[in-house]
Write a new protein. Structure first.
Length: 138
């Protein structure tokens, strides 16, 4: 954690593993019970989620998806004709839509699940990506 002077001062509490993005709370909002979170990347500082508690849930989901630990992971571009298939076959995780730190073309980010599986869909258009993780076969 560190303080950054941008946006009138922010407390950075998370960093992408290559330093490409940072998540923070404005210093002026630290007296709030559950302050909003900003994310900073190549397109500047933008609102991420409206409560730090939601950002913590997103952090845990992201680590579960990308962290390995006996789980299988893969990702692919999601063809436009399959965009509707994800919500038809998987349960939506009750997390609000939020921006992907890589840029606005991958908005919205949405999470889905099924028994033993976790999915993240980045974007709802031509450049959508689908990330998936599941239990390793035994």
């Amino acid at each position: 954690m560190f303080v950054h002077a941008e946006c009138g001062g922010v407390l950075v509490f998370r960093s992408e593993n290559q330093g490409c993005a940072f998540w923070s709370v404005r210093l002026a909002d630290l007296d709030r019970d559950d302050p909003p979170v900003l994310v900073q990347a190549r397109h500047g500082w933008v609102p991420f989620l409206d409560r730090v508690s939601l950002a913590c849930i997103e952090l845990v989901l992201s680590e579960a998806l990308f962290g390995g630990g006996g789980r299988l992971y893969n990702a692919c571009e999601l063809p436009a004709d399959l965009l509707d298939a994800v919500p038809e076959h998987f349960q939506r995780v009750q997390l609000p839509d939020y921006p992907m730190w890589t840029g606005p073309e991958e908005f919205p980010v949405r999470w889905f699940s099924a028994p033993g599986m976790l999915l993240r869909q980045d974007g709802a258009g031509v450049h959508s990506r689908l990330h998936g993780s599941g239990e390793a076969p035994r």
